[in-house]
Design a protein around this ligand. Structure first.
Ligand SMILES: NC(=O)c1ccc[n+]([C@@H]2O[C@H](COP(=O)([O-])OP(=O)(O)OC[C@H]3O[C@@H](n4cnc5c(N)ncnc54)[C@H](O)[C@@H]3O)[C@@H](O)[C@H]2O)c1
Ligand SMILES: [Fe+2]
Length: 387
């Protein structure tokens, strides 16, 4: 089968204040009875009352499901789909960060498929396509609004599963940077660093190609320039807008370039120690850079230069990787000021061979440009947790 590089099914509407165009978007799409999905964090912000007023004023009736939690679990997805059916709605409006967007994409899948969402882990080919989803991101991070992935947690096993929903991506994404103005600094930092990880991992994975490379280079440059501004002044609308668009394009690169070991480690340490996704992948970043130096030196050098490193002509591959990793740590810890991993008080007795085995089983590990053994992972985990 031919490989296609520019796959994008989601229609994207952007602009400051564009949330006011939601009724027009619903009319364009022919949807009449929306099912609003969000979490309790968003419920505390003015975003939900604003959207409800916009829908009320335009004469739409709607239902809502406000039980989404960070790192959404499969039961939330299955329950949401049952409620959607019971209410007779015709579309989902997902309002929130990646957790809400992923859960909503999963709910949408389960509105058009039998069984339970976890039945489709590793059996994505059995999914019937689903339509009827509008995503309104309120963080600038995961890019879930235009990506083909969802990440669902299996509570029984305590594992996070990436599921490919390429035939059930969202139909519309509405990007209004004003909705990200109230995002607290630490969440801005973590989600923005997730964008950087998407860019770097898609840029260096075994699936990287000239099409995704161009987008990834621009995304990394954008994060370095605008994330510090968005963190230090949440009302900087230009910085918010750039980060929001960059995050969405990150979702696009995930379709083709995908991600690799940084995200595999991030999924596992995030699930075990309840570390927010963007923070978890950023703690894994320096160890990942060192691991792949043998295969992606030019790209690591380019990333280091973006981060301000002045390399010497005779720098060895190890030095290039080490300097890039150090520059990234400076950016993460001193400029963006992400909380250190110790903030989550990880129980180090759980950082063991079992953890390394689980990470190795993540199918995305295979996209790492240098093969990863359990021994390699033990070393990377040592770098992350001990330094
Ligand atoms: N689908 C993908 O391609 C993809 C890619 C990367 C990560 N993910 C998944 O996305 C999830 C993480 O998403 P996230 O990082 O966006 O965080 P999140 O959705 O978990 O949100 C974090 C917190 O921020 C709050 N919040 C969101 N927007 C806000 C706003 N504007 N103002 C105030 N508070 C706000 C939320 O209520 C929540 O409490 C994880 O489950 C991760 O695995 C998915
Ligand atoms: Fe991510």
């Amino acid at each position: 089968m031919l490989r296609y590089h520019t796959i994008q099914k989601t229609k994207v509407h952007t602009g400051r204040g564009s949330i006011r165009n939601l009724p027009a978007l619903l009319d364009d799409a022919g949807f009449k009875n929306p099912f609003l999905v969000y979490d309790q964090g968003i419920a505390q912000t003015p975003i939900i009352p604003k959207i409800q007023m916009i829908l009320d004023y335009a004469g739409f009736s709607y239902y809502w499901y406000d039980r989404i939690t960070p790192d959404p679990t499969s039961d939330l997805v299955d329950h949401g789909a049952a409620l959607f059916r019971a209410r007779g709605c015709d579309c989902i409006i997902a309002i929130g960060g990646g957790s809400t967007l992923d859960a909503s994409k999963g709910i949408n899948v389960m509105c058009h498929n039998d069984g339970q969402i976890l039945d489709y882990v590793g059996h994505e080919d059995r999914m019937q396509p689903a339509r009827g989803l509008i995503c309104i991101p309120t963080t600038a991070g995961t890019g879930s609004e235009i990506s083909n992935w969802i990440v669902i947690t299996d509570l029984d096993k305590g594992e996070k599963h990436p599921i490919n929903v390429i035939n059930s991506m969202c139909d519309y994404a509405l990007l209004d940077p004003e909705l990200t103005i109230g995002l607290p600094a630490q969440i801005t930092a973590a989600t923005g660093l997730d964008v950087f990880s998407h860019a770097f991992e898609a840029y260096t994975s075994t699936r990287a190609n000239p099409v995704t490379d161009i987008i990834c280079e621009k995304m990394m440059e954008t994060v370095i320039k605008y994330l510090p501004r968005a963190v230090s002044d949440g009302t900087d609308i230009e910085a918010r807008e750039r980060m929001q668009i960059s995050a969405a394009y990150g979702g696009w690169t995930l379709i083709d370039g995908v991600v690799h070991i940084g995200h595999c480690i991030g999924h596992e340490i995030g699930a075990v120690f309840h570390i927010p996704h963007g923070a978890a992948v950023s703690y894994a970043f320096p160890a990942m850079v060192k691991h792949i130096a043998g295969a992606r030196l030019q790209k690591i050098r380019y990333t280091g230069q973006l981060l301000g490193v002045d390399f010497r002509e005779d720098d060895s591959p190890e030095t290039i990787a080490a300097k890039t990793a150090e520059a990234y740590i400076r950016f993460r810890d001193e400029i963006v000021r992400l909380n250190p991993i110790s903030h989550y008080k990880p129980d180090l007795s759980r950082v063991n061979l079992d953890m390394a085995r689980t990470i190795c089983k993540d199918p995305l590990t295979a996209l790492t440009p240098v093969p990863v053994t359990q021994e390699d992972l033990m070393y990377m985990l040592y770098l992350i947790f001990v330094g």
